[in-house]
Design a protein around this ligand. Structure first.
Ligand SMILES: Cc1cc2nc3c(=O)[nH]c(=O)nc-3n(C[C@H](O)[C@H](O)[C@H](O)COP(=O)(O)OP(=O)(O)OC[C@H]3O[C@@H](n4cnc5c(N)ncnc54)[C@H](O)[C@@H]3O)c2cc1C
Length: 607
């Protein structure tokens, strides 16, 4: 089974990605150039990623005291990815990019996530370099970003610390000016950093010539104190090896040391590290302290980082989706081949009849259709968001602003919904395999372990829920939520005309009204403690409503497509979502509406 027909349908039939070619930035592109990118990525994923997915799981990164050792397959996969040009796909032609729409870039990257999510860490490098293109100086772009786009250097993002995960305002990594004339360094104001960064993905390896860390740290005030809160946070480029203004190594190792590798449940193809900055293991010019170059303004570090984090969140949602999809495809294949049991008929079971394949049992079909509705629905959502990113960057001013606001509201869903429901899909894929699914002889347990990360990093589920209900639906006087409701209503108006979809359209209208009412009720007393006590059930209900809308819109597009089993499948997945999933929002929203404090007020001793 191939992902390509689903991707092609969503990209071309549903989102009309080709119409982007009418824009100046994408005018050299065509369906042929888009197809060529997808073909190349599909091939590299098939040849260099998929065959090694189990290998990178069993051969975890090892630290020999000096170097982090990764399997040769990881080196080969990363080389092939860099050579494909995907690291700089969206960049300008002048700097070697393809000026590819993000919608197509995200679609092409889907093949890699499905084949082996952890073997490559290109997303971090691209995100890091993109941030520098937006907030860096010309020298920082030339020396660091361009070398990341070419694959010569790789990138990390260093936010978390052992005591500061969800709460980044508590970071204590310090950055102090590096001597006289620190402001005049051609690579940016030069500081010395000291502190520990925890959980840093791709923080140490030998895959690239250099590693460019983007590090959040605080510049102490005149009394040497750190400014509390996020206002005091600044952003620094800290290369593993120091370079000159041409990006050539100076021969000096920067004072960044690997304190240890984290041994993870899944996603083992990418190293995960605790890094010590400035402890003096590699003194620079005789002094302890990692050399870092300020990016943007002091105190504005988190704002710069958010530029990278929003893209990263769509990337996380896409990774979760594709892991779910990998499990769906594997369990579908298994269900078509595993004989077990006999059908229930009106006359009972005939023990003498041959066994049927498990795909013939209604409950197995339920589990398959659930996976299909979660994963293909999530893929549609991610591509919709990617299309909004293109609109934000290349649309007319009003449309661009609308896309920006819609993305504000949809990003927590794009990150969290697939992280929860495509993980559930992986659990169902294991269930379909029965006992075999619980062994390492089949790939589905690894997909689940790999996917379990996604509810944790890039803002946990709880933090995303609070971001949605506490900030995103309220921002700019609720304009983002109104815009989203407008789009949902437009789909409802079209679907209500179609007899086969009219009931779904009505159900979606009611769900939207319920979400609106619950949003108001949550904030009725104006007490954030009460409103946000049930932010995750709100996130779940909001997400399910968004997914129902996406499915209704996809169903409308499917109706125009010619009769085929793919069309039947898509309409059935939409029906499944409306019959089995959307009704769940009632229970989730009830506790939100009633500001239920059962959990929030329970004293610790009662647990
Ligand atoms: C494999 C992996 C890769 C990672 N890669 C990177 C990376 O490259 N760079 C990087 O900087 N970080 C990275 N992280 C760190 C990741 O972003 C953090 O783990 C995450 O932000 C959560 O922080 P924490 O682990 O300290 O958990 P905590 O923040 O301690 O959270 C623990 C639990 O408490 C809940 N909680 C916390 N605060 C609140 C609150 N105010 N209200 C309600 N609930 C709350 C959380 O939702 C969560 O369920 C990675 C993590 C992992 C596991």
């Amino acid at each position: 089974m191939s992902l390509r027909p689903t991707l092609d349908f969503l990209l071309h039939h549903w989102l009309a990605a080709e119409s982007l070619n009418q824009r100046e930035r994408f005018k050299d592109h065509s369906r042929e150039t888009f197809d060529a990118v997808l073909d190349t990525c599909e091939r590299i994923a098939r040849e260099k990623y998929a065959p090694f997915n189990r290998l990178v799981d069993t051969q975890e990164p090892q630290f020999d005291g000096e170097r982090v050792i990764l399997p040769q397959a990881t080196h080969d996969a990363q080389k092939a990815y860099a050579e494909s040009g995907m690291l700089s796909a969206a960049q300008d032609y002048e700097i070697g990019g393809m000026q590819l729409p993000y919608t197509v870039e995200a679609s092409a990257n889907a093949f890699f996530a499905m084949a082996s999510v952890s073997i490559g860490s290109g997303m971090l490098t691209t995100g890091n370099a993109n941030l520098l293109m937006k907030h860096g100086t010309e020298a920082q772009k030339r020396v660091f970003a361009l070398n990341e786009f070419s694959g010569r250097f790789s990138g990390t993002m260093c936010l978390s610390e052992p005591q500061a995960g969800s709460s980044l305002s508590d970071v204590v990594t310090r950055a102090v000016p590096d001597g006289e004339g620190f402001e005049a360094d051609p690579l940016g104001p030069r500081y010395r950093l000291k502190g520990n960064k925890m959980w840093i993905s791709a923080g140490e390896h030998e895959l690239t010539e250099n590693i460019i860390h983007l590090v959040l740290a605080k510049i102490p005030d005149a009394d040497g104190k750190l400014i509390p809160g996020v206002k005091g946070i600044s952003l620094f480029i800290v290369p593993k090896k120091l370079v000159d203004t041409e990006g050539q190594p100076t021969g000096e190792r920067n004072d960044v040391a690997l304190a240890g590798l984290n041994h993870k449940c899944g996603w083992r193809g990418t190293t995960n590290t605790l890094l010590n900055f400035g402890e003096g293991k590699y003194p620079v010019r005789g002094e302890a302290g990692a050399v870092g170059y300020l990016v943007g303004q002091p105190g504005k570090g988190l704002q710069c980082m958010f530029h990278m984090m929003n893209e990263a969140r769509i990337g996380v949602g896409m990774a979760a989706t594709m892991l779910g999809m990998a499990g769906y495809h594997a369990s579908l294949d298994y269900a078509k081949n595993r004989p077990q049991g006999r059908p229930v008929t009106t006359g009972g079971k005939d023990a003498a009849a041959p066994q049927v394949r498990i795909i013939e049992h209604a409950d197995v079909k339920r589990m398959l259709l659930a996976q299909k509705s979660y994963c293909e629905g999530a893929l549609a959502l991610e591509l919709y968001c990617a299309r909004l990113v293109d609109e934000q960057h290349t649309g007319a001013p009003d449309a661009a602003d609308e896309a920006r606001l819609l993305l504000e509201v949809l990003t927590p869903i794009a990150k969290s919904w697939p992280s929860e429901w495509c993980l559930e899909a992986n659990s169902l894929a294991i269930q379909i395999h029965g006992g075999y699914g619980y062994t390492r002889d089949f790939p589905v347990e690894q997909y689940w372990r790999d996917n379990r990360l996604n509810m944790i990093h890039e803002g946990t589920h709880g933090i995303q829920g609070m971001d949605l209900l506490g900030r995103k639906v309220l921002m700019e006087n609720g304009k983002g939520l109104q815009l989203l409701a407008g789009r949902i209503n437009a789909t409802i108006q079209r679907a209500i005309q179609v007899p086969e979809l009219a009931a779904h359209a009505n159900a979606l209208g009611q769900a939207l009204a319920q979400v609106g009412a619950a949003t108001k009720a949550a904030w009725a007393t104006g007490n954030p403690g009460h409103a946000l006590a049930n932010a995750v059930p709100y996130l779940q209900a909001f997400g399910h409503t968004v997914l129902a809308w996406i499915w209704l819109d996809v169903a409308l597009a499917s109706r125009d497509a010619s009769e085929s089993s793919a069309r039947t499948g898509r309409l059935a997945a939409a029906r499944f979502f409306f019959h089995y999933e959307l009704p769940k929002i009632g229970a989730w929203l009830q506790v939100v509406r009633e500001r239920d404090l059962t959990c929030a007020e329970l004293p610790e001793a009662a647990f």
